[in-house]
Design a protein around this ligand. Structure first.
Ligand code: DQA
Length: 143
């Protein structure tokens, strides 16, 4: 069975209590459970993780290549808007990456309008709350 990595960056461990007016009240575990059910229906496996550390995300992107992951869903949180290291990793691994956001950064503060992740990603899904992950998973499974 093919595996899709679902990688989450800084502060996403606080989903549920973090600015719920922007990010909603679902926790990351709620989202993980929803994706597990969906993955079963799609016939893929998911490997979902969260870290607050940029270099760990880089390591996990490398790991996606090493294990032959089919695709990566990446919500890099604020590193989306700052991290050339993530862009370089995405370009290096040869595994398709889909950028995911709960909110729509392009409708928010100016500093969120640039996305280094987006410069390397094959697709993006944003602004749908937890459903952003579902739509992205369906896209990844269809790649
Ligand atoms: C986010 C959007 C980012 O701008 C922000 O820094 C996050 C969450 C989202 O899922 O909407 O941490 O990636």
């Amino acid at each position: 069975m093919q595996t899709i990595f679902v990688l989450n960056g800084p502060n996403l461990n606080l989903l549920g209590t973090r600015e719920p007016e922007i990010y909603g009240s679902d926790t990351l575990n709620d989202i993980a459970r929803m994706l597990d059910d969906q993955a079963k229906e799609l016939g893929v496996a998911i490997d979902m993780r969260q870290t607050n550390h940029e270099g760990v995300l880089v390591d996990w992107l490398h790991e996606a290549r090493e294990v032959g992951a089919k695709a990566v869903l990446l919500n890099a949180g604020a590193y989306t808007h700052t991290s050339i290291a993530l862009l370089d990793a995405i370009k290096a691994i040869g595994v398709p990456v889909i950028e995911v956001h709960l909110s729509d950064p392009s409708q928010r503060e100016e500093f969120r309008h640039i996305s280094y992740v987006g410069m390397g990603a094959v697709d993006e899904v944003k602004g749908l709350g937890p459903r952003s992950y579902s739509v992205a998973l369906a896209k990844a499974a269809a790649l």
